[in-house]
Design a binder for this molecule. Sequence first.
Ligand SMILES: [Zn+2]
Length: 714
Amino acid sequence: MGTLIIAEKPELGRAIAAAIDGPTKESHGVIVKKNVVITWAYGHLLRLCEPQEYNEKYAKWTMEDLPICFDDWKLVPDGNKKERVEQIRKLIEENDTIIHAGDPDDEGQFLIDEILDYVGNTKPVRRVYINDNTPDNIKRAFHELLDNEPLRSIGRSAYARAVADYVVGINYSRLFSLGLRMKGLSVGRVQSPTLGLIVARDEAIDNHIKTKYYELEMNAYCEDTVVPLKFKGKAELLEDEKHILNREVLEEIQSQLNDAKKQLKVSEKEMEQRPPLPFNLAKLQAHMNTKYGFDLSKTDRITQTLRDRHQAITYNRSDSQYLKAEHYKEAPAVIGKVMEKLGKSYPVDYTIRSQCFQDKFVTAHHAIIPTRSDFDIRKLSADERKVYEEICHFYIMQFLPSMKKRQLQALIRLPQGELRGVSTFVIEEGYHQYFNKAMDHEETNEEETARFDLSPGSYEAWLKDGRILEKETNPPKRYTQATLIRDMTSIAKYVKDKEIKELLKKKDKDKKGENGSIGTSATRSQIVETLLKRGYVEMKGKQIISTRLGKDFYHLLPPEVKTADLTAKWWVIQEDIKEGKAEVKDLVDSVLENFIPHLSQDFNQLRTHVTYPIEDDRAEIGKCPLCGNKIVEKEKNFGCVNWRNGCKFAIWKNDPFLSEIGKTPNQAMAGKLLKDGYCKVKLTDENGNEVIKVLQLGTRNGYAVYRLIDLPQK
Ligand SMILES: [Zn+2]
């Protein structure tokens, strides 16, 4: 009998094995070392039961069954992971002590606890916290084992969030799908506020009114130098807080200043621009989207391959951009290998200790960096190589000098404001010399160019060449996947409610770089995928734009699910669960409390606010004379595809008027009527003679009407 270590992921399991002395042999996901057996999960092995697994009746969606909620939310093995669970059950039986090596966060605690609970473990469990897979760190962690029992409440809080998310998902999605009579509408705690970000941005663009505004520029002549200056007005001159909208205001200032002699002050400052921090997943996804147009899930997938198949990078779904002192020690070995692989050499200086090396900012994970592994770089696909290189470059940069700049500022104070000019010189390119292309996501700043050169001091200057420029305000920019994921990690800035805003920030207080976020590194790309799949948003080139359905649906959602409020409020209850002051039920109850009042909502009224998407791939017979949409052949009529939005137009095959004259419309006849508004028909008159008449199609109160007229005389 020995000790069983259960790690969260294969990578960690193998790293633990490597940190223990003795040869390592792996078979079927198990490594045996003297008295120690090491195995691992692959993410969550269990999933929450679906409602129909409790009771078959829930397979059919009905209003009467809502809200759907159970006292005990069961977990079952997820699909093909059942075997793994059974294998772990056997290993537990064969050993007498268990060590829980889930990731050191609430999700990691839950991930192993749920397996132990599912197999009904009764053996003592110890807990190890490993947030970094280096051998030294692993050895140290095993000297600081904790009793798992008091830590289980941390896992309960993750379980509570999973259950509550599920309760939101099934209840709100069913309610709105049934109420609005649309299949497959989906609502989610993270998904819906993310949709909200996109809708709000698109509506700001739609509602933007272009406004003309004016700027004044002048040149100051002093000694042999021309200094270009821009006028910056005092607050009282700015009509919309930013701009001067009245040209005459500037014309008057210009005429006062032209040819005037003024005191010009020049000051100087040195600036140091450090390289950007190494990536976390969100930053990498944003970067790859901007630079190569990779969508979020593509980058996520590639990092998974780089880590699992090639062992080329460290843990990929990290939310941290920081590293530990051990990484700093290992850097020469790692970077040496990396440069060799890339076939490039950079003048790295290992005495530079970048601000990324701060143990206290490392969360459960650390920044994504290359490993020392001996994988064959030629085996990477072109896209995998792109991602790998960016990760390497951002790490190598940490050991290159900062970019150094000298900035001059020229200033003339005026009663109405000031005239200002900026000129910037790069003294040392530093890391930028090698990786300026890596920075293409940074906005280029117009103050970053060299415009004039003067020593600091006070000068007498002539003002000349005044010119007024006419400009126009621009609407905000559409979201790209890159800017969207950035805003998901800092949604708090859009939250108006002060209390909620503070809570969101407090939630992320230990995560540098995430400030009031929704979603997690592991889930954000799926959220965006879901929005696309549901037709709430669509991609137009790089831009991500909300559809009509997305906008309508978002506006109909109740406030508690369409804002980041739930994430903030749940966090408070989760903290209480961690401390044993609240139960899973408390979180679920808070969801139901919000949900139940919506059951009495008037959906007839809400339905009028939705424009239903028109999806019908049947062949077009013609265009609807009322709404212009497609007319398709159905069983009993040639009808408009826009019926869900209230268009009732149809040419009925059994229309009383047409039956009366002995006609049943076919495709050709319906097509002609829709195209020209009439068709010729052969009829038999009371004497049995064949006559040709004109059948006209019109509309009245939204329905088709017909009349017969004589053929015009030639
Ligand atoms: Zn129509």
